[in-house]
Design a binder for this molecule. Sequence first.
Ligand code: PGA
Length: 250
Amino acid sequence: MKIFSAPDYTAMSRKAANLISAQVILKPDSVLGLATGSTPLGVYSQLIDWYEKGDVDFTKVRSVNLDEYCGLAPEHEQSYHYYMKENFFKHINIQMVNTHVPDGLAKDVTAEGHRYDKLIDSLGGIDLQLLGIGNTGHIGFNEPSESFIKETHRVTLKQKTIDANARFFASKEEVPRYAVTMGIGAIMGAKKVLLVANGAGKAEILYESLFGPITPEVPASILQVHPDVTVVGDEAAMAVIREKCPSAID
Ligand code: PGA
């Protein structure tokens, strides 16, 4: 595992965007696993900049997103379909037909999970998976639980996650209680994983995930056994790692 500490959010975003653009330049038809939330916004905006300058071309890229809220239509402003379109896809030359987000409106979420996992397989798996980390230690919406769930599945969001995401909705009551998320299997099957984290609120959970016991109670801890993980955090997110394991930082 490589752990990089960036001086601030902009530098964190630039470093992560660099790794993604290198992936696309080296393999133009890469399958990118993409993430939502506040953290990756700077990564997308840096990639858009480089696309506009002609440095990176997304024509052949395929993408699979981690998750979607159950019950939100793609046009809903808080859906992850909408987020991806507004914050990334509409600004670059990716073909929309090559972009995939789980269907939050699926009546049968188990069937949707099978469809999504098969889709990922049919694309040849994920070349590079971008991840944020929730303050519960979730990756995608894989919340703490008694076991790691491999398949794409429906998850009940933890109160902590609902509270954290309420900032995007008019009220806490409007935050969906359920989501459909890629499971740990597809994430761990990615050839490369790139995790981004910023802010002091992530410092403890980041340390616990990367250096604590591997347990489904801290879903991101499974990344300790992935062969190719890069973590990029800003100073604040890196604070506990810097204090307890300074030599782990590259
Ligand atoms: P955030 O969310 O980037 O908005 O903090 C991260 C996550 O929940 O994965």
